[in-house]
Ligand binder design. Sequence first.
Ligand code: PRX
Length: 634
Amino acid sequence: MVHDTTVLMDEKRVFKPSEDVKNRAHVKDWDAEIEKGKDLDKYWSEQAEQFEWFKKWDKVLDDSEKPFYKWFTGGKINLAYNAVDRWIETEKRNQIAILYINERGHEKKITYYELYLEVNKLANALKNLGVKKGDTVSMYLPMCPELLIALLACNKIGAVHSVVYSGLSVGAFVDRMNDAKAKVLFTADGTYRRGKIIDLKKIADEAILQCPTIETIVVVKHTGSDIEISELSGREIFYERLVEGEPVDCPPEPMDAEDPLFILYTSGSTGKPKGVMHTTAGYMVGVATTLRNIFDIHEDDMWWCTGDIGWITGHSYVIYGPLLLGTTTVVYEGAPDYPDLGVWWKIVEKYGVTKFYTAPTAIRHLMRFGARYTNLYNLSSLRILGTVGEPINPEAWMWYYTNVGKEKCPIMDTWWQTETGMHLISPLPVSPLKPGSCTRAFPGIDAQVVDEEGNQVPLGKGGYLVVKNPWPSMFRTLYKDKERFLDVYWKDIPGCVYKAGDMVRQDEDGYFWIQGRSDDVLKIAGHRIGSAEVESAFVSHPAVAEAAVIGRSDPIKGEVIKAFVILREGNELKTQLIEDLKKHVRYELGPVAVLGEIVEVDKLPKTRSGKIMRRILRAQEEGEDLGDTSTLEE
Ligand code: PRX
């Protein structure tokens, strides 16, 4: 869906940073920093100096095999060592690294030293399970401390992690797990969701029946639901038993800069989900640099990113960015509206959160109640706010700025993707802001708006968003699918530039205004879901012969699914079947696949080669011109 930011936005309306924000900021001069970023080698090597390397790199950027770029080649480093071990020799040793809070108001504080002990114990236990450098370990866990510990333990020994979002269900889980071919899976007895406990283990149990590579299942007792040891089969073990008696030290594995760090699945417009592969050193440099400069992280910060670790936002900015900078990261397990609509602001007040990063959908959800809930709490600890995941409409921006930030906190509207690993287009705290624009590219990033031939379009005209130069935390490939990597991202636009899949426009100040996806990817409450995935969930139901789905605008979620189905003979789309289909899609994909409407059709628009033309359905839906229909079957 294309958010019609063009109608609502006011490009002339500019918000300038206060003196206080400017005085504290790490970067004082936006233009000068962008200028510095033009020397890629110098800029990124200076950023890389923030870490402890076992061996420094020989070359900052190796672009000899475009687009298979390599960064910091020859360097040896370990992420967990830099995110945890190195802090315990400093005054941060007893500082809180992870502040876990859940919707029931329970909290757990883990200091850097405690985290060090836990990561080492689990790293040793993983080794005992036979996990070696390069092996894949999967997680299907709620937002709980063990998830962060498990990811860091993988890094410590050089294992590659692959997290499946705990809001995804059986079908989505099986696809991802079987592609990654994990040996070990972490799951939990459950997760808290709006007053209920969702039985994750049950979903995992069903999915695992179709996942032959898994040798061991580690079960975290998180909610304390009754799972008896006796119920566990031979390949299952409780987390607490697994780490019992393990030594509390574990040497970090010296990783090559380009060794794989993790795979994270994301949706494309066609086919199965894509295993986005990130590697070690460049990823570390990218996320730490962007978090420090965009959210201006200092020693005394209480950082809270509400994203889930099951998505890239959580990987980069709940766990890795904050720990690499040695700050405290809040890990919250719960929704923004449970037990009431003030729960987030209560947490901000209680823990003195200084930087707060969330998604526009949550803001739109909360703004319906005006200032009623934000006024109940003291939000004066906040210094900088942020958004991510979809365009933020100017009204939501203004509500956030006024009611949460009390007109003193700049809003960092950060544009980026699973593939980019780090923020690519975003203001810095000192930047003049325009509500609804993610402003300009981060230093070192050459983002442009082009037409299909790759020609830069004039300011004010819409086009494809491309990135013309490499950046350290870019994904390196799609797991086991180099061809798809090349085809999807690098071939459409001439000149070997990265095609992001978004439509965008630049205004006369060069500010970017993202208009939405240019492909068949849906954005439901900021979550990325491929139309093809939803369609295949539909057709796996016995009553459905064919299905096509598109996004339908929704005032809160941005988009919800509108499905067009052709039913098999003998079926009618009555209330019962609609309910069954909703349940079925939810079973296959999870609650992220929000169904707005299902309609029955007897034909779908297709090309002569049989590809569904969702564009035609979308145009019909919006009452727009159908555009070029020359390839339509009939
Ligand atoms: O369409 C853009 C939108 O989210 C897509 C990337 O989705 P995903 O890989 O799931 O990562 C989301 C979190 C980084 C983009 O192609 N998007 C992300 N941030 C913004 C955005 N759209 C507008 N403004 C943003 N700030």
